[in-house]
Design a protein around this ligand. Sequence first.
Ligand SMILES: Nc1ncnc2c1ncn2[C@@H]1O[C@H](COP(=O)(O)OP(=O)(O)O)[C@@H](O)[C@H]1O
Ligand SMILES: [Mg+2]
Length: 471
Amino acid sequence: MLDSATFLTPAQIVAELDKYIIGQHDAKRHVAIALRNRWRRLHAPLDMQREIVPNNILMIGSTGVGKTEIARRLASIADAPFTKVEASKFTEVGYVGRDVESMVRDLVEQSVNMVKHRRKEEVKSRAAQAVEDIILDALIPPVTGSNSGGPKLSVGFGSDASGVPESDYELNERTREKFRLKIRSGELDERKIDIKVQQSSMPGVGMVGGPAGLDEASLSGLQDMLGSMMPKKTRKRKVTIAEARKILLDEEAAKLIDMDEVKDEAIRQAENAGIIFIDEIDKVASRAGKGGGGGPDVSREGVQRDLLPIVEGSAVSTKYGIINTDHILFIAAGAFHVAKPSDLIPELQGRFPIRVELQSLTKDDFYRILKEPKNALTKQYEALLKSEEVELSFDDAALERLAEIAFQVNAEVENIGARRLHTVMSRLLNDILFDVPDLIGAHARIQITVAMVEERLRGMVSNRDLSQYIL
Ligand SMILES: Nc1ncnc2c1ncn2[C@@H]1O[C@H](COP(=O)(O)OP(=O)(O)O)[C@@H](O)[C@H]1O
Ligand SMILES: [Mg+2]
């Protein structure tokens, strides 16, 4: 976490990114510096902290070369709130200026979820204790009322050495202790009990569209308020103890956390650690007046003008409070095939001082992407089939051929970068995925060879029309 005493060094951040992303060293170095700088800022004197602005990054590279992936992984390394928007979405019909702020609201929402989750983890053992009590009460309700012989009575007669229970109360207590142990050991997990669960939704209070003059923040604030005014409905459900534990744990943990504190902390996290990824920034880049044509360009520049205050730093109101965007890290990305970064309005250009170009991926990169990342496609498919006890493996030569095919289809049909690997792989493995487990049973071993790759994909690569649709 960014506010802890130590944090990954730039080199360590790059090493983390290397586990998932092949190549793109330049981009990795820049984002690593940006991330470390955020930690450095939080450990600088307070008056300086206010002055240090993040060096926002502009990633330039065609589709499917890892731009989004790098930003996403960066956020997860920092355990930082992250949100992604497409700038082009704001040029769509029906767009009104304020909507641009919704990206900041999304970030806060994300941050609230993260902080809530963390707090729930912290109170988990206390919540588990409460849940155990509830389950126990449902199984063996405690004895109450005076006729049962309360604890007072048992003092007089009770404790004789034989340990024979003297009262209903005592008997009840002993049974409860026995069952408590059984609940804890999971012995009774399959037994059904009745529990009361909170009704989560509040039908009838949804306000689609909403009254005119209300922005999104006040609208959802209003909804929350109405929701909290309604009496909380509970509903009885019959569930197994195992299920009850899951359902109740969340409810009990929620009761134990202080939502006001969560909101404050979430805003603070979003302000200081939040990352907003603005994709397709090049789609709003062409400047009005340049290259003729009024209409769409005006709205594009309009979007840039709307983005500007947010990127420059402004206060945005959300239903969790007001957030200042001064220190949020913005990473913008685009292919910039037609428009150039210099086509952005100057003010916005100035707010993205770091430009990194991502390289087009080579055949060899494709081969490594298939094989090396922690989440590599080959590893994903191996894991999928392993669940059916089928062992899948790939010959190196087969992967090389796959990489070559993907590269070739990209060159001939359309360059969609590493995304092509997904289509090629699914084409290759489709039949196998269908035949397991009906025709290919457990304990089978399937080794993908070059011959298999050739057989399943060759026809399509040589036939341009076919590959257009299928690969
Ligand atoms: N350099 C890379 N290394 C590993 N995987 C990559 C790389 N580039 C792209 N991918 C994979 O391709 C897919 C698309 O990548 P993405 O980052 O979304 O592309 P874009 O540059 O268009 O944002 C993802 O599944 C990602 O894992
Ligand atoms: Mg992308």
